[in-house]
Design a protein around this ligand. Structure first.
Ligand SMILES: *Cc1c(COP(=O)(O)O)cnc(C)c1O
Length: 481
């Protein structure tokens, strides 16, 4: 295997003068290039034959885990199947060939889709307005917090703090800091939900926003939510919903109904934008009416004659957060998904996602500790804490061994409130057979020898890369020795 699939870089197999193309003769006379633009030597690009090139990239791609090849229970990331039909439709020249500077009258179809996407996302949120601009969930968080800051400034209130539960995604406190707020951590109780006493002790007139993920990253729906949002509103603060877990509640409950004033979606998670490995994201935000004037401009609007246009005249807007209209290709995929499913289908997504997660939880919980795992929403968090103590098997060992067996790993060591966490999210698109096989595999791994697991994966080209070095000292460019 190792011998057949070379791990050499293209630079390393390069042979001077080798080509994989033949350009037709030029039909125009050579122009003299100003010497300022001339290079002394051509750039050192790899020179390879077409077959070498094809094999190189095809072999590389087959080493990757991908949702089209492997079950991918990466908790919080909602790695559901991305329908291939979306790819075909979004690549139609009428979509893919548009230029964002075309006059509005020539892009009425695209504006109609964006307008409808705004309406759908507003309705699913139970809120009043939506901006499609943010390019990812994290940017949606930042945008909404900037909207909140502008709102309080306009009201003449000086609020400096954002409260964030300790089970939140790391982007929450980071967004709060970048938006200029002080981030204050709220503890989770034994039950994994927001500890009300801690929230109350920290909630005051300095609080601008309470950010909550509901269902939270433990896969639990915080049933204190009405009390929480009432208390936050009593202090004049806003409630932000991190909507990364919307896959659990689509069409079942609406954040606006349980008191959220603003939220983001991850279109690339919940609404099937292909993501991971650099696929672009899309993080639209929905807000309550009093926040609408502060949304990023422009918004897509429709006049009484049914003509769509971009509304730039928004004097209180925080301005642009992304060029043009956001990551339109991802939004169109999300719109196709919603259009295909319709209201009942959207609800069925969540019902099935929750059913699948509970099914898997029931198969696994006798074999691995699931600290708050009587039942769950769309995901649950197992813990290898006892396994580590008793058998020296860590969450990382299990995650790595799963790779040998053809499964992508669950999310590990997150949320931080669970030791040795393995966060498992099957999504609604997996069959019962896949879940049965995954559970059987995981259970068989738990019975394996600890030493075998410490060195896993054994069957892949690369075993355990130094992940800290890869993050802290990434080598992003090839250099000749
Ligand atoms: C994925 C995720 C985010 C951030 O979204 P990105 O689109 O990756 O920026 C925020 N919160 C939670 C809970 C998430 O799972």
């Amino acid at each position: 295997m190792e011998k057949l699939q070379s791990t050499n870089l293209l630079f390393e197999i390069s042979k001077s003068g080798r080509r994989c193309h033949a350009l037709p003769p030029s039909g125009v006379p050579a122009a003299k290039l100003d010497s300022r633009f001339q290079r002394v030597a051509p750039p050192p690009l790899p020179e390879v034959a077409e077959l070498d090139l094809v094999r190189h990239f095809t072999n590389l791609s087959s080493r990757n885990m991908a949702i089209d090849c492997n079950f991918y229970p990466l908790g919080s990331c909602t790695m559901k199947y991305n329908p291939k039909r979306h790819e075909r439709l979004v690549a139609l020249p009428g979509f893919a060939g548009l230029h964002p500077w075309q006059p509005d009258c020539t892009i009425q179809g695209m504006l109609a889709i964006l307008y409808e996407a705004q309406l759908f996302l507003t309705e699913i949120a139970g809120l009043h307005a939506c901006s499609l601009q943010p390019a990812a969930g994290a940017q949606g968080e930042l945008t909404a917090l900037l909207v909140a800051a502008a709102y309080f400034k306009h009201k003449g209130e000086n609020r400096t703090r954002v409260l964030v539960p300790d089970s939140a995604h790391g982007t929450n406190p980071a967004s709060a800091a970048i938006a200029g707020f002080d981030s204050v951590t709220i503890k989770s109780g034994e039950d994994g939900l927001v500890e009300l006493a801690d929230l109350e002790s920290k909630l005051d007139e300095r609080t601008a926003v309470f950010m909550i993920t509901n269902p939270n990253t433990l896969g639990l729906f915080d049933n204190q939510i009405l009390e929480i949002t009432r208390k936050v509103h009593e202090k004049g603060a806003l409630v932000y919903l991190d909507g990364a877990n919307m896959n659990a509640i689509l069409g079942i409950t609406r954040p606006g109904d349980f008191g959220a004033d603003m939220m983001h979606y991850n279109v690339h998670k919940t609404f099937t934008g292909p993501h991971g490995a650099g696929g672009p994201g899309s993080g639209p935000i929905a807000v309550r009416d009093m926040l609408e004037p502060f949304l990023p401009a422009p918004m897509v609007v429709k006049d009484s004659a049914g003509v769509f246009s971009l509304k730039h005249d928004m004097p209180l807007s925080i301005g642009r957060v992304r060029s043009f209209f956001g990551n339109v290709g991802v939004i169109v995929r999300g719109w196709l998904y919603l259009r295909t499913l319709g209201p009942n289908g959207v609800r069925q997504v969540s019902e099935q996602a929750v059913l699948n997660a509970n099914y898997l939880l029931a198969l696994l919980k006798a074999h691995i500790e699931v600290p708050r795992g009587d039942t769950c929403m769309h995901e649950f968090v197992a813990s290898a804490r006892l396994l580590r103590r008793e058998k020296r098997i860590s969450a990382m060992d299990i995650a790595k061994r799963l790779l040998d067996k053809g499964y992508h790993s669950p999310t590990v060591y997150f949320p931080m409130v669970v030791a040795e966490a393995l966060m498992i999210e099957p999504t609604e698109t997996e069959s019962q057979e896949t879940l049965d096989q995954f559970a059987a595999t995981l259970i068989s791994i738990l019975a394996e020898d600890a030493d075998l697991l410490h060195n896993a994966p054994h069957d892949l080209t690369i075993s355990r890369p130094d992940e800290v070095a890869a993050t802290k000292q990434p080598v992003l460019r090839w250099k000749s020795a």
